[in-house]
Design a protein around this ligand. Structure first.
Ligand code: NDP
Length: 592
């Protein structure tokens, strides 16, 4: 409950501290997103190697045609393929860099991996597959298995080529087809290309001086080397391990490594907010009571719920310990009796509820972490939802173990790595293994491989002065190209819901082209301009992101990149926009 004695000055002081902590971090890293690199060539080439690939398959280069070609074989491709098959479109090819389907869940197999979205919502096609997840939050293994089950059930393995990265995608005007090149020397042609290559698929590393000189073993969290650690991490018992980063990946990695390693050093720049993870086995009685169509019904409800603000929704996604604050804030925003309250006051009310929640997170740390200095260093000083919230019952207790050491860099981060290990404050931490849990490029799907559309226009060139799309899916000048999970689309905490929504829309578009005997679909320039303006309008509505501590949610502090972000209207509105466009295709698209 909110402490009645808290004065306005209390909230102002906390806000001031939030601002100081943000400014400190911005001053340390004025280069913003450029502090990271995802160009894993040269010295960094080892970080891109696929540790799960048992043996590189030998095959001759392909030179053929598919009606629909997916770049990427994760949930985006799987869900859209299923819809296309249901619509009678079966000439599909999936081109995937990994050695199996699964995307994020293929690559991320670190110990402790699990999803923070309820499994009954996150795992798609549960009705069709007749599967009920074992627990309310699925492990990474269960999710990867589910992807494989979908691929098997719908015959998608026959349509996939693995260990293959598309390197260029070029529109051929004369043939009205896309020509694709790969790192395996293939020359593929396709009528429709769907960029399904991931929202969080390209790992990134902080550019740290001396990285290449480290003499121990190292890898990125999404390329876990079980050969080094052992399947049960048994090889770490005599090893000193370091983890750089304290985001959602590290929060799951740290407890497992803490239990297994001789010593663990966690190098922290900004703490995550850690709330309780209300985990449980699936109730068999509930599972038995489910009627056909149950998941679709849940999904509809989730779309309706998306009218709530994001942080209100988060409070329903997990049993957060301060849920009453959100109820209070929601009441303040929605209560008709308060209709005459000025907007500024309502915003202040929300702000106070948010600060109360974050102070609850601080109290939670104090209750669990025994050492006062460590507890204080683990406290996040920013508004809830400035960074991706985390949920774990094991992360904070890890810091009570005698073999676990928090190296808090207070916003500065690790800036130098010596041959022996990371250096901070004049001290070199000698490590055997260094794990980079430094995150991923965000929503760059569609811009990785060279995409060249009509009149030789490169997509990155088109985006140079600002992203331009319709719904984040279509972009003028690139006929029959569809982008999934990219910028200017809506955001949904449950990503599979978002991908299903876009996949359904893309399937409708492809069906429409085929049924009407057209060759191409392309968004009308005026529809695209309209959408860009919608994105800008919603992004300009609040200074919330601007006031946040830097992170990938606000492009490391460059929050007002106008159209280069998500569509921040609600997900249900986004969903409606897609349906409206499908009902009047000619209004949004031109066809040849
Ligand atoms: P993040 O981008 O969230 O975190 C990267 C971390 O690295 C941050 O703590 C960052 O600090 C830190 N960092 C970067 N450079 C340095 C440096 N030089 N010194 C010290 N620290 C540094 O990546 P994650 O892989 O953790 O998560 C990415 C996303 O993937 C999540 O937000 C989530 O959406 C998804 N995910 C979901 C999971 C789930 O459902 N449970 C699990 C894992 C990932 P700073 O904060 O200061 O920038």
């Amino acid at each position: 409950m909110r402490d009645k004695e808290k004065s306005e000055a209390f909230y102002d002081d906390v806000k001031k501290k939030f601002q100081e902590e943000r400014d400190l971090r911005l001053a340390y890293r004025p280069e913003g997103t450029a502090q990271y690199t995802s160009d894993f060539t040269g010295d960094l080439a080892g970080y891109a190697v696929d540790p799960f690939l048992k043996q590189q398959d030998v095959r001759a280069p392909l030179n053929d045609y598919s009606e629909v070609l997916f770049i990427g074989g994760g949930f985006a491709a799987l869900l859209t393929s299923v819809r296309l098959l249901q619509k009678g479109v079966s000439d599909i090819r999936i081109v995937e860099r990994g050695a199996d389907v699964g995307g994020a869940w293929y690559w991320n197999r670190y110990p402790g991996i699990a999803c923070d979205v309820l499994s009954y919502d996150y795992l798609p096609l549960l009705d069709e597959i007749e599967y009920i997840p074992a627990r309310n939050y699925s492990s990474g293994k269960e999710i990867l298995n589910h992807c494989q089950t979908i691929a098997r059930k719908y015959g998608l393995y026959d349509k996939a080529v693995f260990n293959t990265t598309v390197t260029e995608t070029v529109w051929n005007e004369e043939e009205q087809l896309w020509h694709l090149g790969t790192d395996r020397g293939d020359s593929m042609r396709a009528r429709f290309v769907i960029c399904a290559n991931g929202t969080l698929s390209q790992p990134k590393l902080s550019r740290i001086a001396g990285m290449g000189t480290f003499q121990g073993h190292s890898f990125h969290s999404s390329r876990w080397d079980y050969e080094y650690t052992g399947q049960e991490l048994e090889n770490l018992k005599d090893k000193v391990v370091g983890v750089i980063g304290t985001g959602a990946s590290a929060v799951q990695i740290v407890p497992a490594v803490a239990r297994a390693a001789k010593e663990l050093y966690v190098f922290q720049r900004t703490p995550s907010s850690i709330d309780i993870r209300a985990e449980q086995d699936t109730d068999p009685e509930w599972a038995d009571s489910l009627q056909a169509g149950w998941q679709a019904e849940r999904r509809q409800q989730a779309i309706e719920l998306s009218n709530m603000s994001l942080f209100q929704r988060m409070s329903t996604a997990q049993d957060v310990n301060s849920v009453d604050y959100f109820d209070k804030a929601k009441a303040a925003m929605e209560n008709d009796a308060h209709a005459d309250i000025p907007r500024e006051e309502k915003i202040r009310e929300l702000e106070k509820a948010n600060i109360d929640y974050m102070m609850g997170i601080h109290r939670h740390i104090d209750e669990i972490v025994e050492d006062r200095k460590t507890a204080d260093a683990l406290k996040p000083w920013y508004m809830f939802m400035c960074k991706r919230p985390c949920f774990s019952n094991d992360y904070l207790p890890s810091f009570n173990r005698p073999n676990v050491h928090l190296v808090d860099t207070h916003g500065k981060g690790i800036t130098r790595i010596a041959p022996e290990g990371p250096e901070f404050d004049g001290k070199i931490h000698h490590l055997d293994l260094l794990i980079y849990a430094t995150g991923f490029e965000i929503q760059k799907t569609g811009t990785y491989n060279r995409i060249v559309g009509e009149a030789g226009l490169d997509l990155n060139q088109k985006y140079a002065s600002g992203v331009r799309t319709l719904f984040g899916v279509h972009t003028h000048g690139f006929p029959n190209l569809f982008i999934m999970g990219g910028l200017q689309a809506s955001y949904q905490f449950n990503l599979t819901d978002m991908l299903q929504t876009q996949g359904d829309h893309i399937s409708e578009c492809i069906s429409h082209v085929k049924q009407n005997g057209y060759s191409t679909i392309t968004p009308r320039p005026e529809s695209e301009e309209n959408w860009v303006q919608q994105v800008i309008k919603h992004r300009g509505k609040t200074s919330y992101n601007e006031e946040c501590t830097p992170g990938y949610y606000n492009f490391e502090g460059a929050s007002m990149r106008r159209q280069d972000g998500n569509y921040n209207g609600t997900f249900s509105r986004y969903f409606q926009y897609l349906k409206e466009a499908e009902a009047d295709m000619g209004g949004s698209f031109s066809f040849t």
